[in-house]
Each structure stands twice: as C-alpha cells, then as structure tokens.
Ligand binder design. Structure first.
Ligand SMILES: [Mg+2]
Length: 372
C-alpha cells in the first residue's frame, strides 16, 4: 500500500512532542491585495528523544496546536527519531479523514521540521549537513511593502533592505489597483536602478487587469517578478500571464501548496516561471524535498516562501533553489522568539555550522508573554 512505512527498528525513540502557540501583534497595520491583519500566530513544536530536543514551527492558527496535541503527538511518540519519513507517513495516514490541505498539513509540517531537527541534533550535526548541502549561502529577497503602508514607509522599508545589501525586494499590490502603477514607480525610485523589484498581488487582479498592469509595471519600474497576479487556483489565468506578460517578468505562485500533487498540477499546467513553496505549509522538510524533485524534473527554479529561519537549512539542500523570502513579519518574530537567528550578509543567509540542528533555541521567558 502506498504511503505505509514501518521502520525496521527504533534507534532513538521520540519521548515527547510538546506544542505551544504564540500570537504576536504586528508593528503596524498590515495588508496585501486580498487580506489585512494585525497579529501573527506561530505554532512551535519541540520533539524530544535521546536526550535532545528538536524544534520546528509553522505560522498558522492556534487550532493547529490543538490538532498537533490531539492527533499527531501520540502517533509520533515512540517512533524512531532517525526516520522522520516514517513518522511523516504515519501522520498523513492518521489525518486522512480530516483533509490534507490547510491546518492538517501545517500541523504535520511543524512536527516534521522538529523531527528533522531532532535527528540532526541527535547525530551532532547542523541540519544542513544532515540534509546534504548543495550550497553554503542562501540568497534572500526583502519582503514587506504592505498596501497598508504610507508611501513614505513603503519607500523607507524597501530602500533599507537595498542599503543593507539585499539586491531584491518585494512589495504588495492589489488593494487599490488604480493606485498601483504610481506606488510601484515610487518603489523603483526609492531603491534606485540596480535592485530587482518584485510585486505580489495575492490573487487580487482579474486576468486582463493583471496583463495590463504587468506591461505597465515592467515598462515604468522594471518589475521582474509578478507573484499571484491572479488567484493561484486559476492555473489557466497564470498560464495566460506567463505566456503574454513581458518576457522580463517572471510569474510566480505556490505559497498555498499543501501537498506534492498540488505542485505537480501547477507545474503540469505550465502556470509559473518560478514555483514557490513553504516548508511550514507543504508538510515539512520531508515533502519539500519532493517538491524540489518536481522542480528538477520540470527544469524550473524553486523560491521559498516566508519563515526565513526555518527555511534556511533546508534551502541549502535543494537542487533548484533560487531565493528565500525575507519577510518583515517573520524576521521580526523570529528575532523576538529565538536565539540563533542569523542575519543576511551581502543579500544571503549562511547557516551557523557551529550550532547543532537548525541552530534555533526558543527564548521561553520572552515567548510566554505572547502565549495564545
Ligand atoms: Mg505571496
């Protein structure tokens, strides 16, 4: 039966799976083309075994923590910490009737990333070494530029990343389509002529509207990346944009991919120039490695979505990796809650090879102030 996997014997049993959720208010009102928010919840998992503790997390609703405690912790306990793939298959089987996409997949992701981290720590290795490094450094792009920002705040944030040596930045569009060309021109002015400028509509535009704006963004501001110009569920619409937008504009989508078949459908439809995936949504490192294999087979680049600290180590191992989203909200939260967060140097993150696992430790005292 496909999906059933049983480890021959247990090397290091998982003793305990602990889950906590923390809700952190944003530092200003935030919005994109289709959503507004004022707080972000992170669900943090510790998996313990062999005297070590592995840490994983997802950005999800607090109900995800409840699901991990009620459905997944018992499945994983007693399993072999050196075989995260076995635990992954067992978690997928256990949640069959709940539906895989959405919070089920985010719950699996948080546990899976904790188990990979536990394995690395149990073997005394940085996680990137355990996974096998295809590169030492992971290119990032600065990401924020929320539609709720004033023009001044937008310009200052994007220009700040470029001044800090990150030569790629992304802004949100789509809340007020008539104002977007001017806002995008302003962003180009702020970052100067050299840096790459990305826009993300979060599916806010219609097909024809997106096509027209792709032309204007390219001509007026040399935008080179148009993310979710239309809904990522409209694969034909994405394909239309990919075929008809100016050649210098890459069409990207995939952040709502929760399982390998989703990414296969998107790639088979020829919907994107660059596939995006999020390890905290797609089912963890176990499934992310398979998404990379799909990109390899389709000869397309893979860009990673948000959560820079949890993506850093897996990103070093992916054959088709191109860049990682250095998302304002998550950068802020990861610095607040974790020790061991690394900062970009010359537009890239580099794993600290002196620290075991993913290098992260939860600052429990600080985190408890935000307990959800
Ligand atoms: Mg996006």
């Amino acid at each position: 039966m496909i999906g059933t996997a049983t480890a021959a014997r247990v090397e290091i049993p998982v003793d305990e799976v602990e889950v906590r959720a923390y809700t952190i208010p944003t530092d200003a009102p935030e919005a994109d083309g289709t959503l507004a928010w004022d707080a972000t919840t992170i669900v943090v998992v510790h998996a313990r075994g062999g005297g070590e503790s592995g840490l994983g997390y997802t950005y999800a609703d607090v109900s995800t923590a409840k699901l991990i405690a009620s459905k997944l912790a018992g499945v994983v306990r007693g399993r072999d910490a050196t075989a995260p793939q076995s635990a992954w298959s067992a978690m997928v089987e256990q949640t069959r009737n709940l539906g895989r996409p959405g919070i089920t997949s985010m719950a699996i992701a948080a546990v899976d990333t904790a188990l990979w981290d536990l394995k690395a720590r149990a073997l005394g290795l940085p996680l990137c070494r355990l996974l096998g490094m295809a590169r030492d450094r992971v290119a990032v792009y600065g990401s924020g530029g929320f539609t709720a920002y004033s023009p001044q705040r937008l310009a200052a944030q994007l220009a700040g990343w470029v001044q800090d040596g990150i030569p790629r930045v992304k802004m949100k569009v789509g809340s007020a389509p008539d104002e977007d060309p001017e806002r995008v021109r302003l962003a180009r002015e702020a970052i100067g002529p050299e840096a790459r400028l990305f826009v993300d509509a979060n599916g806010a535009y219609s097909r024809k509207q997106a096509l027209e704006l792709a032309g204007r963004f390219a001509q007026d501001a040399r935008v080179s990346w148009f993310e979710e110009p239309v809904s990522s569920d409209d694969l034909e619409g994405l394909r239309l944009l990919r075929d008809q937008a100016p050649a210098g504009v890459e069409i990207a989508a995939g952040e709502y991919g929760y399982d390998a078949p989703y990414f296969k459908r998107m790639l088979d439809a020829g919907a994107v120039d660059v596939l995006q995936a999020d390890v905290t949504r797609c089912g963890g490192i176990t499934e992310l490695l398979r998404v990379d294999a799909l990109c390899r087979a389709h000869n397309l680049p893979l860009s990673l979505h948000c959560g820079p600290s949890i993506h850093l180590h897996p990103a070093t191992a992916l054959a088709n990796f191109v860049h990682l989203e250095y998302f304002h909200d998550h950068v802020r939260i990861e610095h607040m809650l974790f020790d061991g967060v690394v900062d970009p140097v010359a537009g890239a993150l580099e794993p600290d090879l002196e620290r075991p696992g993913n290098g992260l430790e939860l600052k429990r005292g600080e985190a408890e102030r935000y307990a959800a």
